[in-house]
Write a protein of this length. Structure first.
Length: 258
């Protein structure tokens, strides 16, 4: 339950802050980028993990949205079961436990605790421990060390799904960069063509400036040819505009550092 509340709080705060800055939510919807990042992450998980780890991931994901199965009553029942088991060993001897630990499904002591019997890892842990004690030849200190090693193995196996997901999570920023480059390339290309065309056709751009000067040049030529008495002035206009045009072109050439 708290996992659902946390997820809602995270996404709610992010969206609220984005809208407070007058952001457009449609910009965040990028199906191509989500497909690249999500598909690459999912493929990495499938490649780098065995089947049993994937099953543990799925069961852990489902369990994260539910309540914990380890309640207070379950811990109390486990302590009661261990107390009864050790009391039986004290009164009847360790040999009396052999039937219980060899066939726990048929044991009248274990059968009273259904939650314990459903957890096969706990059953194997208790039975293996008591089996070593019944067989004898194992010092108390050595038994304690073996129990610690067994618990570390169980903890390592339980942490494998978390470790695998953490490794994939560390690679998500790199996958995001790849998605941004691949998913936004076509959009950037279209935007670049549109911007270049608008700049060339604009009155303030390089193309617009040259078009304006060319129009003035043609007007000067027409004025010089149509009016003979103003031929000198038209020629001067023509020469002045042409010189200005050439000077402007020389400055814009790459070999002149323009």
């Amino acid at each position: 339950m708290f996992s659902i509340i946390g997820i809602v709080v995270v996404f709610g705060c992010i969206v609220a802050g984005y809208l407070m800055e007058h952001g457009n939510l449609t910009v965040l919807v990028q199906p191509a980028e989500l497909l690249i990042v999500g598909g690459a992450a999912l493929g990495t998980v499938l490649i780098s993990n065995p089947v049993h780890t994937l099953k543990q991931m799925l069961s852990g994901l489902i369990g994260a949205f539910g309540s914990s199965k380890y309640s207070q009553q379950r811990y109390i029942d486990s302590l009661k079961m261990m107390y009864e088991l050790l009391q039986k060993a004290r009164k009847e001897g360790l040999v009396a436990l052999e039937g219980d630990i060899e066939e726990p499904d048929k044991s009248p002591l274990f059968s009273k605790y259904e939650d314990f019997m459903k957890n096969h890892q706990a059953v194997d842990f208790v039975c293996d421990t008591m089996r070593m004690a019944v067989s004898g030849g194992v010092e108390v200190f050595d038994l304690d060390q073996m129990l610690e090693a067994d618990m570390e193995v169980h903890h390592h196996e339980a942490g494998e799904p978390v470790s695998a997901l953490s490794t994939v999570a560390d690679s998500l920023p790199g996958l995001g960069i790849v998605a941004a480059v691949l998913g936004g390339g076509d959009h950037d290309e279209r935007t670049g063509r549109t911007s270049g065309r608008n700049w060339t056709q604009g009155s303030g751009g390089f193309g617009g400036d040259l078009s304006g000067r060319s129009a003035v040049l043609r007007a000067g030529r027409a004025a010089g040819g149509a009016h003979g008495q103003d031929g000198g002035r038209g020629t001067r206009v023509h020469a002045g505009v042409a010189g200005d045009h050439d000077c402007f072109s020389e400055r814009c050439r790459p070999d002149h550092g323009g």
